[in-house]
Design a binder for this molecule. Structure first.
Ligand code: M6R
Length: 612
């Protein structure tokens, strides 16, 4: 969480930094701040969003061609002006921005207080910048050495950038566990938590690795060293990012834009992997580790949130098509319970951002225990993708709305491809079934387009439920994870309490909640267990619950029972999550919009959860 941006060059830094912060605001929006070096360091920060910062600096001196800026998701210290970043050192000669958590900050703070350092904020970040300055003073070393020495004392995750009044032509950055990318322009440098603030200025980027320090000096080449002072040659990569993907392009919110992008994002997830004509799937990551996959005794998915729901679809897919036993783990639980893992396990980490701290820590643990680590990430070059032995990118394009939508469908698409590929190689599905499913997967983008035509109907019905206090989502089989995902979407953006349940579990407890005020969303497209779900609907109606049903086109039975019915195109059962999730995304979007919620930046949330 938290977004950091830096600029060093000959242009005015302020507009670049503010624009960069807006691009990174999905990472946190509790407070924002900026520090510009111009004879002294002019530092401005304020509670709330980047727009508040813009208002705050209106009559201030914002000149300067070197600067750093930050948008915060609060961990240590409440979200207020004082705890906002950047933080000054005691002398105000240094300022720093930080993304991550310094876990041993209290010990370091105590030591510094004993030698007379005074702290202004409650943050862990201030401890680090004070420590850097203290080391410079006591050890008589330069700033680069002081940063090296200070971070070697730090336990925790960080991406930091330091500016110095005495060195207006320099920025020092370091990373351990939190993302940091450097853009290299003509006699100028950009720094950011992800490439989105950089892409319009340069496509040449260097992803900083853990335990590396970057020294950016005007008129000099970028230098990268390790904490132990080993010199590294920067590896310059070319960004493939479309600027249009970072704009709302006429939509009211990123979320609705991203919902409507799904025909394209699913196509992009398939593209290059399915050889149309020869009806074959090729996925380099799987081919490279074919034997490990084919001989895997178990596949363990590790993920969080929506990615966990996609992983649960993965469990159904892999067990059905490739007959490999699957476990689906919350990364945060897995990493702290001494899991039993060995060389015959394949661990698949699923993550849109590729930066989720728990998922990253969990795969590092599984790797130590000998498992093969495979990643399914959306953000290219992200930490999880880099930490894995192999992987597949989902190619969904930037997802900016905090509520994940197109990332889910592209993750499921990649999982379908993997399960089909492995099932064919293992001989657990017939050639005919393989061809039928592959063919149908190719039809999914146009069926998503048809499903999106429900938009106006869903918008209309959303009005009825704007003031609901609770929602229940029920599904079975492949659509049980979709029920969980629908409930998560609604609660995170509309703040309405919602629960997802396997439909048949309803009678073991949640049925007690049902009365005439309880909307129940039942996802029941054509499937082997359709009739069982119909019985569940009857149980709800008997208790006067309001049923909103997602059914396959032409359904007669449920339409008679349900209060509201949304029809999705007929498809193969294993592919239904790719369609059935769409009406649920739209429903939560319109309910939240009618409740005037901050859809793209819901309260207390951040897009990329880089702290535990
Ligand atoms: O980037 P990741 O996929 O690892 O993120 C995992 C969750 O934080 C994320 O899916 C979260 O639950 C979303 N806000 C859900 O919409």
């Amino acid at each position: 969480m938290c977004g950091i941006v830096g600029y060093l060059g000959s242009k005015e830094a302020y507009p670049i930094l503010i624009k960069g912060l807006k691009r990174l605001e999905y990472r946190g929006y509790d407070s924002a701040g900026i520090a510009l070096v111009n004879e002294k360091i002019n530092l401005y920060k304020t509670k709330g969003k980047v727009s508040n910062l813009e208002t705050f600096v209106e009559s201030k001196n914002i000149a300067g061609t070197t600067g750093i800026a930050h948008t915060r998701w609060a961990t240590h210290g409440e979200p207020n002006d004082v705890n906002a970043h950047p933080h000054f050192s005691d002398s105000k000669e240094l300022a720093m921005i930080h993304n991550g958590i310094i876990e041993n900050y209290d010990v370091l703070k105590e030591e510094l207080m004993k030698v007379g350092v005074e702290f202004k904020s409650n943050t862990d970040t201030e401890v680090l910048i004070q420590l850097i300055e203290y080391i410079m003073k006591v050890e008589k070393v330069d700033l680069v050495n002081a940063v090296q020495l200070a971070i070697s004392q730090v336990v925790g995750a960080y991406a930091i950038v330091v500016v110095s009044k005495k060195h207006p032509d320099m920025l020092i950055a370091a990373r351990n566990g939190s993302p940091l990318v450097i853009g290299i322009g003509e006699d100028e440098f950009y720094l950011a938590s992800d490439p989105s603030p950089i892409v319009e200025y340069t496509r040449n980027v260097v992803f900083v690795d853990d335990e590396e320090i970057a020294i950016l000096k005007l008129g000099e080449e970028l230098q990268i060293r390790t904490i132990k002072n080993q010199v590294k040659t920067p590896f310059v990569e070319q960004l493939e990012l479309n600027l249009g993907d970072l704009e709302k392009s006429g939509f009211k919110h990123f979320m609705i834009k991203e919902i409507f992008e799904q025909p394209k994002s699913i196509r992009d997830s398939i593209r290059g992997r399915v050889n149309v004509g020869i009806d074959n799937i090729s996925m380099a990551g799987i081919i490279d580790f074919k034997e490990r996959f084919l001989q895997a005794k178990r596949i363990i998915f590790i993920a969080a949130g929506t990615s966990w729901h996609a992983s649960l679809v993965g469990e159904y897919l892999f067990e059905e098509l490739a007959r490999i036993p699957v476990e689906v783990e919350y990364a945060s639980e897995f990493r702290y319970r001494n899991p039993i893992i060995n060389e015959s396990d394949v661990v698949i980490a699923v993550s849109q951002s590729g930066e989720t701290a728990d998922t990253l820590a969990a795969i590092k643990l599984a790797k130590q225990k000998g498992a093969l680590i495979y990643s399914i990430c959306n953000v290219v070059g992200s930490s999880i993708a880099r930490a894995a032995d192999a992987g597949s990118y989902t190619h969904a394009g930037p997802e900016i709305g905090v509520a994940s939508t197109k990332a889910f469908t592209s993750q499921v698409t990649v999982l379908v491809l993997m399960a089909l590929l492995l099932g064919r190689k293992k001989g657990t599905i017939s050639e005919t079934r393989f061809q039928v499913l592959l063919n149908e997967l190719n039809n999914i983008p146009s069926k998503v387009e048809q499903t999106l035509q429900l938009n106006d109907q869903i918008k209309e019905i959303s009005k009825i439920f704007t003031y609901a206090r609770n929602f229940l989502y029920l599904g079975r089989g492949f659509n049980f994870p979709v029920a969980l995902e629908g409930a998560l979407k609604l609660k995170e953006i509309s703040y309405i309490h919602a629960e997802g349940y396997p439909a048949a579990e309803m009678k073991h407890g949640p049925i007690a909640l049902i009365d005439k005020k309880m909307p129940v969303v039942v996802i029941t497209p054509t499937s082997a267990i359709y009739n069982k779900v119909v019985s569940n609907i009857q149980e709800i109606k008997t208790r006067k619950g309001k049923v909103i049903a997602i059914v396959s086109k032409g359904d007669k039975l449920v339409s008679k029972l349900a209060d509201y019915t949304f029809e999705i195109p007929e498809t193969e059962e294993v592919l239904t999550p790719l369609l059935s999730v769409i009406p649920l995304q739209l429903l939560s979007y319109y309910i939240a919009d009618m409740r005037d919620c901050e859809i793209d930046q819901p309260r207390n949330l951040a897009k990329s959860v880089t702290v535990e």
